[in-house]
Each structure stands twice: as structure tokens, then as C-alpha cells.
Design a binder for this molecule. Structure first.
Ligand SMILES: Cc1cc2nc3c(=O)[nH]c(=O)nc-3n(C[C@H](O)[C@H](O)[C@H](O)COP(=O)(O)O)c2cc1C
Length: 367
């Protein structure tokens, strides 16, 4: 059997196979709380023999200020915890495993989504030239305000609280969302971070916020239940390229590797776009980054098909492969990959929002 379909131990999380559902925002929560259709959506993808060995939830805001898109479910109130418990119970009843992706969007937000119409917060007060999804459709992001040092400390505590809520909600662990141009990357990259205090300037200073977030979460729930997503060269959300991504992420590895996290999840190339950006003069040595993480479980993503996934795991280039769009349209993705069956195409018009099953829980499984 191809190794992709064999069990794997990611930190404290025992997986039946190495096919992972990537984090996928669907904008289907009700008043920022998971609903019953969401329970059904995750349940459909949970049975390891047909569905995914690990589900990573849609990105999930850690506090009211962490929201940046309409109808995303939070993980910081008792009501949200109780609603997520229904999701994790359904997944576990099928024999599956599920972690929640902990999210703070930073400046990729809109005042209409924030408490009292507040401005979004970031490492910087520079606005992103990007759009977000609000009531009525896509809209330009609002100009942010730079967090004070005291507010940074409070935000770290928001991450810690959300991780505690995740365990109370029955999740097998959490994935720190440090990718795709959101708050953590707004601190990491010098293309965005223009601070002159302890959180800006040198690489060590720009990594400080991520280090504090990871330390707080690990102290709260344990490293074996903590994964992280990184996207060293994605241009997503107008983040811009760091002047030395290889050195920056080597420093990230230097800080995180000793923590012995459950896994590291890398987006190779531009998220949802080209894997190879060398024609734009942008290169990154992912193998070197992996080596710097020294034995931590390695999850890859971005544009993988069956052959690429099997080859990546068989060759040892990766331990786990995360699928995005294929996991949306194929609740029985693992079975289809194992049997080399055709995949349902994804309906691009139904990726975000909606209230009924169309394009969400009505993708067919094999007969
Ligand atoms: C509808 C949709 C929603 C997404 N939401 C998230 C998200 O919440 N968090 C995240 O880290 N990436 C998100 N992504 C990126 C995917 O996780 C993944 O990196 C991307 O789709 C590339 O993988 P694929 O080629 O297998 O689809 C999203 C992508 C899509 C298409």
C-alpha cells in the first residue's frame, strides 16, 4: 500500500492515514457560532477509511477583534465552545481527528465586522491593498491601527484562552495560523512590519510575537497538541515578500524547533496559486526549512494531486499532505485517492457563504 494511506503519529495525535483536510473558510456560521450544517459538513469528511486522517477546521477567530470576514465561527465564548463540541463529537463518533485553526486576521478586516466599528489592529498602521468579505459582498479592508506593546501581550493571552477553549470543545489540538498574510505574518515580514520597538526591526524582534503566541499555547495545552501553518513566500493578502525569507524562517525554526510541536504545515508557493515563483525571482528552500525543524512531522500543501501526494510521502519529502479544494468537493477523498477514482470538481461559485446544503454538504460520495 502507498504510505499516504498508512497511520502516522503527529505529536500526541494518532492518525489513521496521512491525507489531511486543509483549513478552509466557508463563511457559514450563524452569528459567529458553528451551526448544525457545519456539524454535518465535518462529520461527512471524518471517517478515516473514506474521509481524511486529520481535519483542520476553517480558520477560527480567537477574539472579537480577530474577525475579518463575515460569518466565520469564533472560539472564545461558552456558546461557541458548546457548538464546536457538537462538531468534535460528530468527528470522533466517526473515528476521525480534528484540530482547530486559531486565527487573528490583523489588518485584513473591515470595521463593520469589529466591536463598535473599531479599526482593525496590526503590527503597522499601513493599510493592505486587499479585500475582505462583509455583509453585501467583497469590500476593501479598513485602515488598521498599530497594536501597543500592552495590547500585544493581551493578544497573546487571547491565543492562550482560545487554545484552552479548543480543548474544552473536544478538539484533538490546534493549528496556529501563521500563514497567508494575517496577523502573525504581519509581524514576521519586514515588507509589512515597520515597528521600532521590541516587536519590529531585527528578525529576532519580528519573530517575538510568534514565539510568545506559541509559548503561551504550548504552556496551556502541550506541544503535542499544537501544530503551526507557515507560508514563507505566499503573496496572499498584500503581505509583500520579506527581504530575506530564508533567514527569517530559519529564525522561526530556531525558535519553534526546540518546542517539538505536533507538526509543521507549509504552504509551498502562492497559496492556491503557483507552487513555483522563480519566474518572479522568488525562491525558497523548503528542504532546508524542514531540516531546521529537525524531525518534526512535516505537512505539505498547495496544488497536490494524487500522484504528487503519494510521491511526496513515499520519498520521505513529507509525512502528511493537506488538500484544500479537493476536500471541499470530495467528502470521501481518501477513498477516492486510494482507489484512484475520479474526483468531483469543486464549484467555485459556492466556496464562500450560503445557508443550504448546495456546494457544502451535497457533494456525492462513491456509490
Ligand atoms: C474556499 C477556501 C478557503 C480557504 N480558507 C483558508 C483558511 O481558513 N485558512 C488557511 O490557512 N487557508 C485557507 N485556504 C487555503 C487552503 O487551505 C489551501 O492552502 C489552498 O486551497 C491550496 O490547497 P489546494 O491546492 O489543495 O486547494 C482556503 C482556500 C480556499 C479555496
Amino acid at each position: 500500500m502507498d504510505k499516504l494511506f498508512t497511520p502516522f503519529q503527529a505529536g500526541a495525535i494518532a492518525l489513521d492515514n496521512r491525507v489531511v483536510m486543509a483549513p478552509l473558510t466557508r463563511n457559514r456560521a450563524t452569528n459567529q457560532v458553528p451551526n448544525d450544517l457545519m456539524v454535518e459538513y465535518y462529520r461527512q469528511r471524518a471517517k478515516p477509511s473514506t474521509g481524511m486522517g486529520l481535519i483542520i477546521t476553517e480558520a477560527t477567530p480567537i477574539s472579537p477583534m480577530a474577525h475579518g470576514y463575515l460569518d466565520t465561527p469564533g472560539i472564545y465564548t461558552p456558546e461557541q465552545v458548546a457548538a464546536w463540541k457538537k462538531v468534535t463529537d460528530a468527528v470522533h463518533a466517526e473515528g476521525g481527528k480534528i484540530v482547530v485553526q486559531l486565527w487573528h486576521v490583523g489588518r485584513i478586516s473591515h470595521s463593520s465586522l469589529l466591536p463598535g466599528g473599531a479599526a482593525p489592529v496590526s503590527s503597522t498602521s499601513k493599510a493592505a491593498n486587499s479585500k475582505t468579505y462583509i455583509a453585501g459582498g467583497f469590500a476593501p479592508t479598513s485602515a488598521p491601527r498599530a497594536l501597543t506593546v500592552e495590547e500585544i501581550a493581551a493578544t497573546v493571552q487571547d491565543y492562550r484562552h482560545a487554545a484552552r477553549c479548543a480543548i474544552e470543545a473536544g478538539f484533538d489540538g490546534v493549528e496556529i495560523h501563521a500563514a497567508n498574510g494575517y496577523l502573525i505574518e504581519q509581524f514576521l515580514r519586514d515588507s509589512c512590519n515597520d515597528r521600532s520597538d521590541a516587536y519590529g526591526g531585527s528578525i529576532e524582534n519580528r519573530v517575538r510575537f510568534l514565539r510568545e503566541v506559541a509559548q503561551a499555547i504550548v504552556a496551556e495545552i502541550g506541544a503535542g497538541r499544537t501544530g503551526i501553518r507557515l507560508s514563507p513566500i505566499t503573496p496572499a493578502n498584500d503581505i509583500g515578500q520579506d527581504s530575506n525569507a530564508q533567514a527569517l524562517f530559519a529564525a522561526v525554526a530556531g525558535v519553534l524547533a526546540p518546542m517539538k510541536l505536533a507538526y509543521v504545515h507549509v504552504v509551498e508557493g502562492a497559496t492556491g496559486g503557483p507552487r513555483d515563483l522563480s519566474d518572479q525571482g522568488i525562491t525558497f528552500d523548503f528542504a532546508a526549512l524542514r531540516a531546521a525543524f529537525d524531525g518534526v512531522a512535516w505537512m505539505v500543501n498547495n496544488g497536490y494531486d494524487r500522484a504528487m501526494a503519494i510521491a511526496a510521502v513515499d520519498s520521505g519529502a513529507a509525512d502528511l499532505v493537506a488538500f484544500g479544494k479537493p476536500a471541499i468537493s470530495n467528502p470521501d477523498l481518501t477513498r477516492r485517492l486510494r482507489e484512484n477514482a475520479p474526483l468531483n470538481p469543486v464549484d467555485p461559485a459556492k466556496l464562500y457563504g450560503g445557508s443550504g446544503p448546495e456546494g457544502y454538504t451535497d457533494y456525492p460520495t462513491l456509490g
